[in-house]
Design a protein around this ligand. Sequence first.
Ligand code: ADP
Length: 217
Amino acid sequence: MPDPVAQVEGARRMIKDRNTVWHHATVSRSRREEKNRHRSVVLWFTGLSGAGKSTLAHAVEAELYRFDCRTLVLDGDNIRHGLCSDLGFSIHDRSENIRRIGEVAKLFIEAGVIAMAAFISPLRADRERARSLFPHGDFIEIYCQASLEVCERRDVKDMYRRARAGEIKEFTGISSPYEAPENPELVVNTGGSPLSDCVGQIVDFLRQRNILPLEMR
Ligand code: ADP
């Protein structure tokens, strides 16, 4: 476990106003986890547009909800309507987008929630920076593996056609890079396997790591 004081000191170095002092919670994360009867972790879904990140995150959430788990899906498009509505798709804005999501996920972890972040998050460095916000084992990177060909064939939002036509600039996989994870905790074949198999794979993983309520283990 990282030393919380060192973590705060690390954060302090980056903040502009040095006169803020961290207030430690009385109702701590571990107390919340105990009450919820499950651990809080972040499931970080990464993959191309149309790979199945949102579909899978919501399906996993539905399964966990049946067992009274506290969950929340942070969905790329939705977050861009609010918290990140000032950001576009340049490399800089994408990094800032992921930085903010990482920080939001961290708040939900403190709240005892299983947070599921479904974002293309194309750059390894940005995902690693998000990972670095969490104690070891709390950040579970899930690579939703689907080839560009499959995603383009699905073209759920008509985006690939428009990107090919030059109507959308900086589109991941077409005119902007995607760096697949090198060592994700999980790789799910969202391009070829049925959704239920992918959900099962993730729930099994959470079970093995003793993250879920006892009756689900
Ligand atoms: P993303 O969030 O990655 O952009 P979406 O979840 O919006 O992708 O869309 C993925 C599409 O792929 C949906 O139409 C979904 O029904 C379909 N799909 C087929 N198989 C799977 C699977 N195993 N997991 C997730 N989505 C799948």
